[in-house]
Design a protein around this ligand. Sequence first.
Ligand code: FAD
Length: 621
Amino acid sequence: MDYPEQFDVIVIGGGHAGTEACLAAARMGAKTLLLTHNIETLGQMSCNPAIGGIGKSHLVKEIDALGGAMALATDRGGIQFRVLNARKGPAVRATRAQADRVLYKAAIREMLENQQNLSIFQQAVDDLIVEGERVCGAITNTGIRFRAKTVVLTTGTFLGGKIHIGLDNHSGGRAGDPPAIALASRLRELPLRVDRLKTGTPPRIDAKSVNFEGLQEQWGDQPEPVMSYIGSLDMHPQQTCCWITHTNERTHEIIQGGLDRSPMYTGVIEGVGPRYCPSIEDKVHRFADKNSHQVFIEPEGLNTHELYPNGISTSLPFDVQMNLVRSIKGFEQAHITRPGYAIEYDYFDPRDLKTSLETKVIENLFFAGQINGTTGYEEAGAQGLLAGLNAALKAADKEAWCPKRDEAYIGVLVDDLITMGTLEPYRMFTSRAEYRLLLREDNADARLTEKGRELGLVDDVRWAAFCDKRETVERERQRMASTWIQPNTPEAAQLNEKIPTPISREHNLLDLLKRPELNYFDVAGLKGEASTNLQVAEQIEIGVKYAGYIDRQTEEIERLRRFEHTALPLDFDYQTVEGLSNEIKQKLGNARPETLAQASRIPGVTPAAVSLLLIYLKKRG
Ligand code: FAD
């Protein structure tokens, strides 16, 4: 049957990409439908119950700055919060939260159910309605046809999903969920490049069977970090402890002994796995000289005994899993509640996407999340938000938007994917961003919230909080710039105790803050009243201490910006550009960059080739 109403945006899949996508589209006023296998699994964490960490928290804060759900759900579900790299520079500092997966899911579901313009429907999608070269809707497995102006596909690990435990395998989307087989074969008929990837998860363990005596405890940080810019400590549930244990030589022997029944080492799995989240068999094989690896024991929630042993993801046969787990200190009597497994699935070459995450060949069809070759909730959420907002823009006949590499990690993620593609699951790192000092997790709101408001993504509450913070920072900066400390005064004496040589002339408070020995609280209250707001203090301190580096990065961005504005038509015939090598012509033809800047970032495209393109474009007019 045809569903009686037409939608602006249909989002398929209620994982991390899908939920951010449908929330973003609906916030912007688009009439949105979320079609997903199972309403009970909305926002489900398929693997470890944790959000954030290095590179990833930057994405979470950007999603938050654009009005998304992930950071707020983390504040409502987080049972342990830490700041990683706390002693390093501000560019690489990263908030990470252990989450109670039930609380996290409940928070996401509540936001979805309360979102205006959003309807949810539980059913598997088996087919897309494609007319000419344009998608017009989706068809469920019972034949209901939903029509929409745009469709966002966020099917995660489910397309042609195959679960492996040892040499046994079966079809599945993830443990306990069905795969999307019909949709996968339908998508393979479209002119999009498709391949296989794999990822894995560890066995879960019953805490009642673990001996915690002698295991190293790990508590969250004090003061307790908050994930969302509008989050607060009173949103956090009870906080809890994690533990650390280690694999040992015996564990590694057991693993080596099981490799002849490993689907990865016997060639049963063809898909490439995540390099930075390797299985324990991979670690033991690749780093044969190491006789121990760390295992973080993380609770799956406050009201469950299940534990997630982070670091022993595996697809070895179950008997090997049992033995390897029981060889680890504290796990001698461990009972496994769920076996570890690997999953292989279809993903699409992201070079077939535009920066809006719309496919280049099927108009109005957008892809986001694991389907684009990424791994991780945060990477999925970021793409979901972007695809959702662009689907809403397209449905309203408005121009697409994507942040640039110097504006957001979301921009880095999308640009990396669509210009370089990926042959292994792609995850975010701070090292992927060339303008790290500008793209910090502490300033994602300053970078993006105004744009989010303009797009209709940011509600009044968030906007008011943002404006208040921005004004307070500016007011405090001005106060500090116009507050002077004279030598030989009581204030100077107080200051001199903290610096190697006494001040000999007058300085304003901002100038004093440039000194490496001094922080905001050392100087701001010397005269007048220092702000008690830590976020304000942080913004002022980072702005002053890193001003030189920030200015240099800003100048470089200005220089390169003209390439960002030089468009390359999607049907550009690179064969006609004289002087380009055949190899570069082929690379450009495959990637079909949208701008000259994107072309310049394709591996193998030389600065000389970029100059040739520039000359050719100028001649063509
Ligand atoms: P998902 O979260 O998978 O959500 C997909 C959604 O689409 C689901 O709700 C599903 O029901 C729905 N769906 C699919 N097909 C259809 C259809 N035809 N019709 C209707 N609904 C459909 N990430 C890491 O960072 N590190 C790891 O170590 C890691 N290990 C993992 C191990 C396993 C076994 C799995 C399964 C995932 C792992 N992940 C890991 C990946 C992480 O779970 C994903 O990156 C993230 O969940 C991707 O989000 P997504 O929204 O793209 O897809």
